[in-house]
Every structure is written in structure tokens, then in C-alpha cells.
Design a protein around this ligand. Structure first.
Ligand code: SAM
Length: 289
């Protein structure tokens, strides 16, 4: 079978509502099976595949069709233009979370009026990332804001070992301290910025999610108290400098819940909600007073 024939077969197996981009997914899986670049697959439609390449491709397509995330199958993903390793048992970073990184970078690059020096930016800021998973957010910030000091926590030792490997892969291993523990507990220093994509899915809603999300660790998805349990605990026990910011990824209907947590806390002021490209609430920005 040719490359183009295999892609067409894979497309037929995967075509469904859950796979809106089947052709791209097939190309990624075939590139992995044939140990080639994605560009080779796109440019060599009429090349014949070997039996072993075809068998490997078929088993990857069937695994994908039954709900294994593509990223687990190829053990890699791209986030904020960086290549990251991904392993089963660790949350797969999603592109919507790039918005949180963009917000963090624009806060870090903004002039600080309190410095009375126009152009002075928060380039030397201290940053905490809580719930780092594969390290996607911390590593992206480290790459784009090179003088910042970043510490990142997670409860999962396995996630932290993957995050370390990803930091090495992206040349920022010496720039991020990865620490195991609950929320900010293991993180040293008082940060200017706290960023977090903590679990925020309500317990009862997990069964509504696509299979390729449900197979990810429950401890990275679900939170009590209408999905706001982790965020509530983080904000209640927050360590941050006055004038600093907390940036949280949230569910599309959770902005008002986070606002009411902030209104009960005299040290916090809910600043704004940032919408994603689909027009859904995605990031909550909170100022520390
Ligand atoms: C939704 S995943 C986000 C991972 C990563 N930040 C990203 O955006 O791709 C949430 C992460 O929080 C971690 N986590 C869950 N409870 C935690 C807690 N109490 N303290 C620290 N990390 C926690 C999970 O292990 C998981 O890696």
C-alpha cells in the first residue's frame, strides 16, 4: 500500500465527530510508524510502505480510534512552538493553555509604573507554576522570559520526572526548580506571578468528556466543589507579592465562581477574564493587593 492509500484507509477508520482533523492525525501516526518526518509523509504520497510500517500504522490507528490520545501514541506533542515528551499517566498539554502563557508573558514584559522607569519590565520576576504536569507552561515561560526565576510543583513524581526531561530537551533545565508537593507548599520564595492550570472538571462531568481526555489521569482533571476545589485552596493559602498576579486556566462557566472566591478575600481583586479563540472564558487574571 502507498502512503496516500494508508492515509485514506486511516481517515476512513477515524472519521467521526471526535476526530475533526483525521488526515493530520493519520499523517502524524504514519510518520511515527515509518520513523519519518511529517513533511516526508506529505511529499511522498506514491511511495510504497513496508509490511512492518503498515502493521505498525494500523495498530496505531486502531488505538487512536478506541480513545488513546495521539500524543500518548507518538509520545510527543508541540506546545507554544516547543517539542515536549508526553507519557501515559501524565496530562497532555492542550493548545488552549497557550493563552495562559501569552498572558503571563505580556504581564512579564509590561512596563512597571512603580519603577518610575519607562521600559523597565518584570524580566527578573519570580514565578510559581502550580500543577506543572509535563512542564509545558513553566518551560514555555522560561524559554521566552530568560531572566525569570521559576519554580514549579506537582503532586505526581512521574509528571515531575517528565517535566525535568522536557526542560532538558528545551535547554532550560537549570532555570526551573521542580518540586513535589501540594499546590504552593513545596515552592520557595514569594512570587510576582502565580500561574496554574489545575484540575477544574466537576466530578459528575467526567463521563461527558471525549474518551481521549477521560483516559488521562483523573487527578489531573477532576476537582471537588463544582470543579473549584483546587483553585479555592490555592487562593485561600496564596503566597504572592502585593501588585503581583495570579493567572488561572478555568472552565468556560467558572469565571463567576472564581470572582466570588476573590470577593471574599481582602488580599485579592478579580481583574479580568480572557476568552479563548472559541469565545469561551479560559483564563482568570487576579491581582494581589
Ligand atoms: C490539568 S493538569 C495541567 C498540567 C500542565 N500544567 C498543563 O497545563 O499541561 C493539572 C496538574 O496538576 C497536578 N495536581 C493535581 N493536584 C495537585 C495539587 N494538589 N498540587 C499540585 N499539583 C497538583 C496534576 O498532577 C496535573 O499534573
Amino acid at each position: 500500500m502507498t502512503v496516500a492509500g494508508a492515509i485514506a484507509w486511516g481517515h476512513g477508520v477515524l472519521a467521526s465527530d471526535e476526530f475533526t482533523e483525521c488526515s493530520k492525525v493519520c499523517e502524524i501516526l504514519l510518520a511515527h510508524a515509518a520513523d519519518r518526518d511529517w513533511s516526508w509523509i506529505s511529499l511522498n504520497g506514491q511511495r510504497a510502505l513496508s509490511t512492518s510500517e503498515l502493521e505498525e500504522f494500523r495498530s496505531l490507528v486502531f488505538a487512536c480510534a478506541t480513545g488513546t490520545p495521539v500524543q500518548y501514541l507518538v509520545r510527543a506533542t508541540e506546545f507554544f512552538g516547543l517539542e515536549l515528551k508526553v507519557e501515559r499517566g501524565v496530562y497532555v498539554p492542550k493548545w488552549e493553555t497557550e493563552l495562559l502563557v501569552e498572558e503571563a508573558l505580556s504581564f512579564l514584559e509590561a512596563p512597571q509604573l512603580s519603577d518610575l522607569t519607562w521600559g523597565m519590565s518584570r524580566t527578573r520576576a519570580v514565578i510559581h507554576e502550580v500543577g506543572t504536569g509535563s512542564g509545558a507552561i513553566a518551560i514555555s515561560i522560561a524559554r521566552h522570559a530568560p531572566a525569570t526565576a521559576i519554580s514549579a510543583s506537582d503532586v505526581s513524581a512521574f509528571a515531575l520526572s517528565l517535566a525535568q526531561a522536557n526542560a532538558r530537551l528545551n535547554g532550560v533545565a537549570g532555570r526551573i526548580r521542580f518540586c513535589r508537593g501540594d499546590l504552593q507548599d513545596p515552592l520557595a520564595g514569594v512570587p510576582d506571578l502565580v500561574v496554574a492550570n489545575l484540575p477544574y472538571i466537576r466530578e459528575g462531568e467526567i463521563s461527558d468528556l471525549p474518551t481521549n481526555v477521560r483516559v488521562q489521569p483523573r487527578s489531573s482533571l477532576v476537582s471537588r466543589c463544582s470543579g473549584l476545589g483546587h483553585i479555592n485552596r490555592l487562593l485561600e493559602n496564596l503566597t504572592i507579592k502585593p501588585g503581583g498576579r495570579v493567572m488561572l486556566e478555568i472552565g468556560f462557566d467558572q469565571a463567576s465562581g472564581v470572582q466570588s472566591i476573590c470577593s471574599g478575600n481582602p488580599k485579592l481583586s478579580y481583574e479580568r477574564t480572557v476568552k479563548d479563540l472559541a469565545g469561551l472564558d479560559r483564563v482568570a487574571v487576579i491581582a494581589a493587593l
